[in-house]
Design a protein around this ligand. Structure first.
Ligand code: F6P
Length: 540
């Protein structure tokens, strides 16, 4: 029997009716009708507090969303992931990033084999290596300890490690700096290498496939830089690899003794807690890295075992679906009120948009509804002085996540009150706005009133954690991973492949042949013009 498409489900149709009847309702009224709303629509687990009361939700809408999850088989799909089934159907792979953070005593079977011992063995090797780099006993070729690590990687082999390095600033080793090079633009490597002593520099070539053009190009250039200063024999002490592809690591001329492996059941964008996190571990130490994993695992367990009504990632995912599919929201803003989390929006962009930017369902049919939204954001309070104007008075519906911490992230704790006051006030302003009447009472110039009215009724979630510790970071990232999973399960798509990025890669190589005069491929007239112009400029 062919599985129903999502639009044929009774719950989907019911939610459409509810959404149509919703028009005209204002968050202000919801709060006025129910003085306990702020207590009713909140959930907490693993130290993450989610206030979802400032959303266009009532009991009927929530019931409808959980009904949708049920009709869509969310629980069965979640259980299939944890059981190691090949839920990444287009690549015929298990999806088991959750196995990366299991305790050593646990078991997890992938195709009949327990992967936990392998995971633990790699973690142990990472811990040994990290502690040698940190305590200065891993020496460069000329006998100096390492001061700078350069992580060469892109996408999932870059965004998570960079985000975590910045987020865990307060836990970092004082002697060791980590720099990140992703872009194939030579400016990225040039900037990273500036003022560095090769004798004190260690490169981590981080690539799941070890074939990614950007990373391999940067790795070759970095190697040349090192060899020019220290000679070929220095490579072994200054280059390590993180990959699933031992053969390609060898072919690149690197010793697999200095390689840290992971597995095809870890997607690139789900890999910051695998060996891809080696730079994180060197920066913060093995103990803090294990705390990060423990945070991930705590949220995994919450997602795996909690009833849907109290399940934080499920709630978050379903609320996103509600705005996306029933109110036409096209984007979602992530606004961390934490300078150290400034790369979280970029990290979540890949996590969510590469996972759920799909238009074919698991039965190979065109998806009849919109899938993943555009994810974007900047830290508060910076964004307030740039794009929040549009959030408050623009014409678009943009649900927001405001993320804050109870404990200050900086020594100057006094500024924290002001930071958090802004987070709390922004959610209030988005929800309740400011009416013409209030402005009149405040004595605003009558001619300005229409321009100064803030309509409010703009939905947001508030996410609060105690402090930005490694554990809290793991909890937060796993929360978003499982929210993405929930959304993908509702649409019935494969959230774990990324075929869409292939075409651009293939065409870039083809265009390169044209640029280098190795071929003359047929192109459209626009592409031909640009190519001719570029070639002429390069010759001139
Ligand atoms: O952009 C596609 C992609 O495959 C991402 O999914 C991945 O994170 C990135 O490229 C890097 O891949 P790799 O780790 O194999 O170099």
């Amino acid at each position: 029997m062919t599985e129903k498409t999502v639009v044929d489900l009774a719950a989907w149709q019911d939610l459409h009716k509810q959404a149509a009847a919703w028009r005209g309702r204002h968050l202000k009224d919801l709060f006025a009708e129910d003085p306990q709303r702020g207590e009713r629509y909140r959930a907490e687990a693993c130290g993450l507090y989610l206030d979802y009361s400032k959303n266009w939700l009532d009991e009927a809408a929530l019931t409808g969303l959980f009904k949708l999850a049920e009709e869509r088989g969310l629980v069965a799909r979640r259980d299939a992931m944890f059981a190691g089934e090949h839920i990444n159907v287009t690549e015929d792979r298990a999806v088991l990033h959750v196995a990366l953070r299991l305790p050593a005593s646990a078991h997890c079977l992938v195709d009949g084999a327990d992967v936990v011992p392998e995971v633990q063995a790699v973690l142990q090797r990472m811990a040994d290596f990290s502690s040698r780099v940190r305590d200065g006993s891993w020496l460069g070729a000329s006998g100096k300890p390492i001061r700078t690590i350069i992580n060469l990687g892109i996408g999932g082999s870059y965004l998570g490690p960079e985000m975590a390095y910045l987020a865990l600033r307060r836990f970092r080793h004082p002697r060791i700096e980590v720099r990140f090079v992703a872009n194939v633009d030579g400016a990225a490597l040039e900037q990273a290498l500036a003022h560095l002593d090769p004798a004190e520099t260690l490169f981590i070539v981080a690539s799941k496939t070890f074939t990614t053009l950007e990373t391999m190009t940067n790795a070759r250039a970095a190697r040349q830089w090192l060899v020019a200063a220290l000679g070929e024999a220095a490579v072994a002490q200054h280059f390590v690899a993180v990959s699933t592809n031992a053969e390609a690591v060898r072919a690149f001329g690197m010793d697999t003794e200095h390689m840290f492996g992971f597995w095809d059941w870890v997607g690139g964008r789900y890999s910051m807690d695998s060996a891809i996190g080696l730079s994180t571990m060197i920066a913060v130490g093995a103990e803090a890295f294990f705390d990060l994993l423990a945070g991930f695992h705590a949220m995994d367990e919450h997602f795996r075992t909690s009833p849907l009504r109290q399940n934080l990632p499920v709630l978050h995912g379903l609320i996103s679906v509600w705005y996306n599919n029933f109110f036409g929201a096209q984007s979602q803003a992530v606004l961390p009120y934490a300078q150290d989390l400034r790369r979280l929006p970029a990290y979540l962009q890949q996590l969510q948009m590469e996972s759920n930017g799909k238009s074919v369902d698991l039965q190979s049919r065109p998806l009849p509804v919109d899938s993943g939204m555009v994810i974007w954001g900047e830290p508060g309070t910076d964004g307030q002085h740039s794009f929040y104007q549009l959030l408050h008075q623009g014409t678009r519906l943009i649900p927001c996540d405001l993320i804050g911490f109870l404990e200050p992230l900086a020594e100057s704790g006094a500024q924290h009150d002001l930071l958090m006051a802004n987070l709390i006030a922004q959610a209030e302003a988005l929800a309740f706005g400011r009416t013409a009447e209030q402005l009149r009472e405040e004595g605003a110039a009558p001619a300005q009133i229409p321009f100064r009215v803030c309509p409010g009724n703009r939905p947001s979630n508030i996410l609060l954690l105690e402090a930005l510790t490694p554990r809290a970071l793991g909890i937060l990232v796993a929360f978003y991973e499982h929210s993405v999973f929930t959304q993908g399960a509702i649409w019935g798509i494969d959230s774990f492949d990324q075929w869409g990025v292939e075409l651009g890669k293939v065409l870039a190589l083809r265009v390169l042949e044209d640029i280098q005069g190795k071929a003359q491929h047929a192109h459209d007239s626009s592409t031909q013009q640009i190519l001719a112009r570029y070639r002429a400029a390069r010759k001139g």
